[in-house]
Design a protein around this ligand. Structure first.
Ligand SMILES: [Zn+2]
Length: 117
């Protein structure tokens, strides 16, 4: 199990799944790390698998990163797509009822680019 605090490894895995390194991967991984931490999910692909659902508002690169980190997907009905056109995702812990919406700020895309320049 990759630790949720291990940004480099999570990014590596998401790039492998998505096919390329892009700002969306950096943002999606960071958003997922933040969201899962806030709702108290530590093992999204293991013991917490049934406790997690994610509402994504992005149908772009970052969504693949969120799927990679959380293990949630449309096919498993654990990821729901809400077409609001925002760089945002809501992470819900079904066990505790705790939920958090994480938004990428306007300047975060530039910061994400700088990360791997
Ligand atoms: Zn991409």
């Amino acid at each position: 199990m990759v630790q949720l605090s291990d940004f480099e490894n999570l990014l590596h895995e998401s790039v492998r799944i998505h096919g390329h390194l892009c700002p969306g991967q950096v943002l999606g991984v960071k958003m997922s790390m933040c969201g899962l931490r806030e709702i108290g999910i530590i093992d999204p692909k293991g013991k917490d698998k049934k406790s997690l659902i994610v509402f994504v508002e992005i149908d772009r690169c970052a969504t693949d990163a969120i799927q990679s980190v959380t293990g949630c997907s449309l096919g498993h009905r654990t990821m729901k797509f809400m077409d609001y056109g925002k760089m945002a995702a809501t992470f819900v812990n079904l066990e505790t009822g705790r939920a958090v919406r994480v938004i990428a700020k306007e300047d975060s895309r530039q910061k994400a680019k700088e990360f791997f320049s």
